[in-house]
Design a protein around this ligand. Structure first.
Ligand SMILES: Cc1cc2nc3c(=O)[nH]c(=O)nc-3n(C[C@H](O)[C@H](O)[C@H](O)COP(=O)(O)OP(=O)(O)OC[C@H]3O[C@@H](n4cnc5c(N)ncnc54)[C@H](O)[C@@H]3O)c2cc1C
Length: 461
């Protein structure tokens, strides 16, 4: 364990921790990210809808709305330079009942108040012309042209890889157990020994309240995980829609979405189920059948489409609607909690907000003048892939067309996967129709001795 004192210790390698690590590293800080899991993106960031939201329906004036707006803007600014994939699909918010239809004008007003001024009302006929595979039972809706589909994992990997390439340290398999501030710096006790840092930023997602208590002795909010289950349809289903289909949102959830994924599938979900467990990401037959039926109701052609898989994600919801970002200047501590259902879109904005909070602490760094920008793996089905380039040394995962070269590259890279799940998030292996049935043997041979949790062991698949 290093005796060095870092400028910043970030607890948690979810999308929020990764984005903050990137921002503060570029600001010139010496950053360490401490993650308790074997790999990054093992918490809430593991399973979401992967929509880059405009924030059209966020509560006006909220911190969430401000961070989404700033994060969305920065994402579009850096996407080209950082090779972040983006699928310009746009979204349609649809009303299926008279009650929902009545809510549309207020939602459009809210979108405009949030600065999303290109939101426009559409008639039933206009919507059906745009998306002819939607059920004719729909009553009306509006377009949100700026909602896009992105890669939920490649995006966060690109943030942390840029941080690492510019000097940040990533420590995985290290849980922060306790910590104390001694006048000028923090000592964090982790399962891998003590770490020292001038500032601590708690980005522990589903464990944010627990980490707050471990470090400050108090919880400012309580996490109640909100599970969201999804059904993933086979790739041919993606031909049925081009827009993201959003329902009229409620207070607790954005509701059941139907959209393509950047990996070429079509998904229906999520559910919104509060639960006590912070780890139970299981799916249930009833919920999946219900989602499938809802999907068919809205897009009847889905009744002829096969399902590839299902998954669930857990939102770090709290008793508050807004994000819970608190700072203590005295102890140089910032808690970034309750980033419930929009963190993928807002993470770059949250990172800007945290950087500005550090300024108010009087903390000054010297921004990097020529930061390095690594090129992430290209996983989007709608952009060029590695298998299309010569010299790939053959395809290993035939469902998802993942080459041996891509797998070798990430295994040899600066943040090699520790588990098969981590390899999947970096390359798409085992995500396809056969769910790894045909490529598992080849993957076991390729990864032998190279994963922290080898394939074939418990939870190693
Ligand atoms: C069903 C669903 C759909 C969603 N859809 C979208 C969407 O379409 N668009 C969008 O923008 N957002 C979406 N989101 C929201 C987004 O996924 C979350 O807001 C985001 O992932 C939260 O990230 P985080 O970094 O705060 O938390 P996490 O990803 O949970 O990261 C926290 C990390 O901290 C680590 N940790 C915890 N305790 C400790 C400790 N003591 N020591 C060290 N490490 C620790 C954990 O292991 C974890 O890796 C969705 C979420 C869900 C669940």
């Amino acid at each position: 364990m290093t005796r060095d004192t870092f400028d910043i210790a970030i607890i948690g390698g979810g999308v929020v921790g990764c984005a903050i690590a990137r921002r503060l590293t570029l600001d010139g800080a010496r950053v360490v990210v401490i993650e308790k899991a074997l790999d990054v993106l093992d918490g809430a960031s593991k399973g979401n809808s992967a929509i880059l939201h405009t924030g059209f329906d966020a509560p006006p004036g909220s911190l969430e709305q401000a961070c989404i707006a700033a994060g969305y803007k920065e994402y579009l600014e850096i996407a080209g330079q950082m090779s972040l994939p983006i699928l310009k699909s746009g979204a349609l918010v649809l009303a299926w009942s008279d009650d929902q239809l009545k809510q549309l004008p207020k939602l459009i007003e809210k979108a405009h108040a949030n600065g999303v001024t290109d939101v426009t009302s559409l008639s039933r006929e206009e919507i059906l012309r745009k998306e002819p595979n939607l059920s004719p039972d729909l009553l009306g809706g509006f377009a949100v042209p700026g909602e896009y589909l992105i890669d939920p994992w490649g995006t966060a990997h690109a943030y942390i890889l840029q941080a690492i390439a510019n000097g940040a340290t990533l420590l995985r398999n290290a849980e922060v157990l306790t910590g104390h501030f001694e006048g000028t710096s923090w000592t964090l006790k982790t399962t891998q020994g003590d770490m020292h840092a001038d500032h601590v930023i708690n980005c522990a997602g589903l464990y944010g309240d627990i980490v707050d208590e471990r470090l400050t002795g108090a919880r400012r909010f309580t996490i109640t995980p909100r599970k969201g289950q999804f059904v993933v349809f086979d790739k041919p289903a993606s031909n049925l829609l081009s827009s993201i289909i959003l329902p009229v949102p409620t207070k607790t959830t954005k509701g059941v979405v139907i959209c393509r994924t950047i990996f070429g599938n079509l998904l229906v979900g999520p559910t919104a189920e509060d639960q006590e467990s912070r780890t139970d990401g299981s799916t249930t037959r009833d919920a999946l059948l219900d989602l499938q039926a809802k999907g068919v109701e809205m897009v009847p052609g889905l009744s002829n489409c096969d399902v590839t898989t299902a998954y669930a994600g857990l939102r770090p919801a709290t008793e508050y609607q807004d994000y819970q970002i608190h700072q203590d200047r005295q102890s140089r501590y910032i808690s970034v909690g309750g980033i419930r259902s929009t963190g993928l879109s807002s993470s770059l904005g949250i990172a800007q907000h945290v950087s500005a909070l550090l300024d108010t602490f009087g903390t000054q760094f010297k921004p990097l003048s020529t930061p390095v920008t690594p090129t992430p793996e290209k996983l989007s089905e709608y952009h060029d892939r590695d298998w299309q380039c010569p010299g790939s040394d053959g395809i290993v995962c035939h469902c998802e067309l993942v080459t041996k070269r891509e797998i070798e590259r990430v295994l040899d890279g600066p943040m090699p996967p520790a588990t098969l799940a981590g390899l999947k998030r970096r390359t798409r292996v085992t995500m396809g129709r056969c769910q790894g049935f045909y490529c598992t043997g080849a993957l076991a041979a390729l990864t032998e001795g190279r994963l922290v949790r080898p394939m074939g062991t418990r939870d190693g698949s």
